[in-house]
Design a protein around this ligand. Structure first.
Ligand SMILES: NC(=O)C1=CN([C@@H]2O[C@H](COP(=O)(O)OP(=O)(O)OC[C@H]3O[C@@H](n4cnc5c(N)ncnc54)[C@H](O)[C@@H]3O)[C@@H](O)[C@H]2O)[C@@H](O)CC1
Ligand SMILES: Nc1ncnc2c1ncn2[C@@H]1O[C@H](COP(=O)(O)OP(=O)(O)O)[C@@H](O)[C@H]1O
Ligand SMILES: [K+]
Length: 506
């Protein structure tokens, strides 16, 4: 499959439920549901297989010991009833769990279904593999025989479908705890899960389709997490009124650009200008910085902080760790202006209790944009601990620093001081290149300058930046070799397109 065949942007936001929230729904709905939820889940899997696999192709369903396996048995039974070729691979020496899953297994066997003890017993290569080994009940790294079945499955060219969650992937955190299935499509039940959209989730889950199994989500507490979609920003993505002037769109001050790192400040400044800030000034620590950018002469460049007229601060791109940098932070953190704090600004903050206190005491909470290493420093922990549970880490940062936090990386997490959080579905590995974080800072500053509420700016800036990179990849520019500065023009295009689309909708 090509890396990205065409540019599509997620349109609708949706709830992301953590394990306990899903379990709470199950506790209410399982006893009431008729037909049972497992029947509905199996039927959904059978439908998905039929939509992707031509008749005559062998469907091999890997079934585990719990209810995820139960879903697999129902799917296999239904496929047989519809005239499809299906076999189950399962081994239940220890009996597996009883209840519904065991009943589904018995019903499959009673309907004439064949259960094999391993993939070696298959007579023909499968056209599809359904992974119904483990779902949200995964409790430890997968061992034998299931690990070998996963390894076998991954070596097949068949269409691969994961039931609820790819086996081996933690549905809460997106972490592979050991051997892990990799699907082309994951059909997930009741509600979407955060682990499918961050860390290893996007690599493992393929396309994610949510099936509510007929349960109205509004009957339940949908928690604090959302997957971002374009609809969340529609109210603020509006075409400009004709009667405006540059003062209408705010003045962004970018503070950073120490010797040899002025490019970071220029990137942030370019990004702010290109996405609609009315004015942008760079205050650079490098005394030898050019007084204007030949590429973007619209930028005002100097070594001083303007006395007045600034609306938003972006502090950190290329700031360095010098004493003057610390002095700038001490001066700017208490400012009443909206603030984006990135890169070296965060590193300094991590080791300075006084700066931390002035950040916490700001009247308007800042936006912090740490990558996992910066987040680890801010939390006084290791990168692995941050990545073990990115949502919890982002929430803890937001709480501890009383700030809106964008924890960057595959499936960036946005968390607010009140505990709400979101995962950004846009972006690609082309963004793993120098300067991307500086562009993000500039975009965020630009949105704040144009009056976006802080939590929404944190979300939209992150969404827009990833979508810009996705569009470039769809056009053949990257992912390999994608440059941060290229995402700036793509972001400008998208903001204009999306705003114009909303005008037409009015
Ligand atoms: N409860 C319900 O009624 C519903 C459950 N559904 C399905 O059921 C799944 C959850 O079912 P379960 O809670 O039974 O959990 P799973 O089927 O995901 O796995 C739990 C079983 O596997 C064992 N286990 C966990 N990790 C293991 C490992 N690494 N190696 C070996 N054994 C391991 C557990 O001891 C338990 O027997 C969902 O993901 C979904 O597919 C859906 O059908 C919707 C309704
Ligand atoms: N594999 C990836 N998938 C999606 N987004 C990514 C990926 N790698 C990096 N990004 C995004 O690119 C940006 C990189 O920022 P950062 O690591 O601060 O870069 P730099 O410090 O070089 O500017 C972040 O917004 C991050 O979320
Ligand atoms: K599974």
């Amino acid at each position: 499959m090509p890396f990205v065949s065409s540019f599509t942007v997620p349109l609708s936001s949706r709830p992301l439920l953590r394990l306990q929230e899903i379990r709470a729904i199950e506790a209410v709905e399982v006893p009431l549901a008729d037909p049972p939820l497992m029947e509905r889940a199996g039927a959904a899997i059978a439908r998905a297989v039929i939509a992707h696999v031509p008749p005559g192709g062998l469907v091999c369903v890997l079934c585990g010991p719990g209810n995820n396996g139960g879903d697999g048995f129902v799917a296999a039974r239904r496929l047989l009833a519809l005239g499809r070729r299906a076999v189950v691979i399962g081994r239940f020496d220890g009996g597996g769990s009883g209840g519904e899953a065991a009943a589904a297994r018995e019903a499959f066997v009673a309907s004439g279904g064949v259960m094999l003890a391993g993939p070696d017993a298959l007579e023909t290569p499968p056209a599809a593999i359904v992974d119904a080994l483990f779902g949200i009940g995964l409790a430890r790294p997968i061992g034998e025989p299931h690990a070998s079945w996963i390894e076998w499955g991954l070596a097949q060219t068949a269409f691969k479908l994961a039931v609820d969650v790819p086996s081996g992937l933690d549905a809460d955190t997106g972490r592979c705890t050991g051997p892990c299935f990799t699907a082309d499509l994951t059909s997930t039940f009741l509600a979407d899960k955060p682990g499918l959209h961050t860390l290893d989730g996007p690599d493992r889950a393929g396309k994610v389709v949510v099936d509510s199994l007929g349960i109205d989500p509004r009957r339940h507490d949908l928690g604090l997490g959302r997957l971002l979609g374009l609809d969340a920003f529609a109210d603020h993505l509006q075409p400009r009124r004709k009667n405006t002037h540059k003062g209408s769109f705010g003045h962004v001050l970018v503070v950073g650009g120490a010797p040899r790192m002025s490019g970071a400040a220029f990137l942030a400044g370019h990004a702010a200008l290109a996405t609609g800030a009315g004015k942008v000034t760079l205050c650079a620590l490098d005394p030898n910085i050019l007084s204007f950018s030949p590429v973007h002469p619209e930028l005002m460049v100097g070594n001083a902080i303007p006395e007045r007229g600034v609306d938003v601060l972006v502090v950190g791109p290329g700031l360095g760790a010098s004493d003057p940098a610390r002095a700038l932070l001490a001066r700017l953190l208490p400012s009443p202006l909206p603030l984006v704090l990135d890169a070296d600004g965060l590193n300094r903050l991590a080791v300075d209790a006084e700066l931390q206190e002035s950040l916490r005491s700001r009247p308007i909470p800042a936006i912090l944009t740490p990558h996992p290493m910066e987040a680890a420093r801010l939390l006084g922990t290791e990168v692995a601990a941050v990545q073990n549970d990115r949502i919890a880490a982002a929430q803890e940062l937001a709480r501890r620093y009383r700030a809106h936090v964008v924890l960057k990386g595959c499936g960036s997490i946005v968390a607010d001081p009140d505990g709400t959080w979101a995962i950004n579905p846009t972006g690609n590995p082309g963004m793993a290149s120098a300067g991307m974080g500086d562009v993000l800072s500039g975009l965020l500053g630009s949105l704040l300058a144009q009056g976006w509420p802080v939590p929404l700016a944190a979300r939209f800036g992150t969404f827009l930046h990833g979508a810009a990179a996705d569009r470039l990849v769809a056009e053949g520019i990257g992912p390999i070799g994608l440059r941060a500065s290229e995402t700036v023009a793509a972001a400008r295009q998208l903001v204009n397109e999306w705003s114009e689309r909303n005008r037409k909708a009015l």
